[in-house]
Design a protein around this ligand. Structure first.
Ligand SMILES: [Zn+2]
Length: 253
């Protein structure tokens, strides 16, 4: 087979994944055997779950499209930088929940605080993460690009920021979750949905002052943790407000 040349351009924040020097420039790859467009894109450092539309010489293609001759490739991320028609989008927006890798504990807590279903086990290895992801149809959250490139991953996202609050905002934007925020509905420790309980149900488990000052309680049916609007609550509420303000402000521009 005659060698051929592929020229790639990455749009929007997909440039986060390519080397600093090649950012916003055309990347060239010389190939001498037929190669899937997905493999060429990932060879540039961009995991496939981050890619929403691929144009080969102006034509939209799927990940398994095979390259055999010279081609110009344009690659679009999920979100506002993808200006291509919806039918050309490769990522689905339907989502049942997330699974986060062991380095994203603070992001996990924030997402649970906002009511989102996030499986998290800091002791899980990559194999176990991928198993739960596939079995429960969850989107994978990880900053490990190699893991995100695993063929079994269908939906996933690599937070750009190292800051948990920024990461939370990124995930809500990426998966279009602003309208689904339901604060204080999920257990921060174990991810189960909280249940309303009466004061009488839990009074024997409360400290004396909590018994006096608080009337509304929720309990985790899984780990039995009791939640009420105590001093910790104000701090959490503030964190939620900060995140919501940031989302609202940034959406306006
Ligand atoms: Zn719990």
């Amino acid at each position: 087979m005659r060698p051929f040349t592929i020229r790639l351009r990455f749009r929007g924040d997909l440039n986060f994944f390519v080397g600093r020097k090649t950012r916003s420039q055309t990347i060239e790859r010389s190939l001498s055997e037929k190669t899937s467009v997905k493999d060429v894109i990932e060879s540039c450092g961009v995991p496939h779950p981050e890619v929403d539309t691929i144009l080969v010489n102006g034509q939209a293609v799927d990940f398994d499209h095979t390259l055999t001759t010279d081609a110009d490739i344009e690659v679009f991320p999920v979100g506002k930088h993808n200006t291509q028609p919806t039918e050309q989008h490769l990522q689905t927006t339907a989502l049942t929940g997330f699974i986060a890798d062991g380095h994203l504990g603070r992001l996990t807590r924030n997402l649970r605080l906002l009511g989102f279903d996030v499986a998290y086990d800091p002791k899980a290895n990559d194999r176990q993460l991928l198993d739960v992801m596939a079995r429960e149809n969850r989107a994978l959250l990880t900053r490990d690009r190699r893991l995100l490139m695993h063929a079994i991953v269908q939906q996933g996202y690599s937070p750009r920021s190292q800051n948990a609050e920024e990461q939370t905002i990124e995930v809500i934007r990426r998966f279009d979750l602003l309208g689904s925020i339901a604060p204080f509905t999920r257990c921060l420790r174990c991810n189960a949905r909280l249940q309303h309980v009466t004061k009488a149900d839990v009074i024997q488990e409360l400290e004396p002052l909590t018994q006096i000052y608080y009337q509304q309680f929720r309990r985790c049916p899984n780990c039995a943790q009791i939640y009420w609007a105590g001093s910790h609550f104000e701090k959490l509420k503030k964190r939620i407000e900060t995140i919501q303000d940031r989302l609202a402000g940034k959406n306006a521009d």
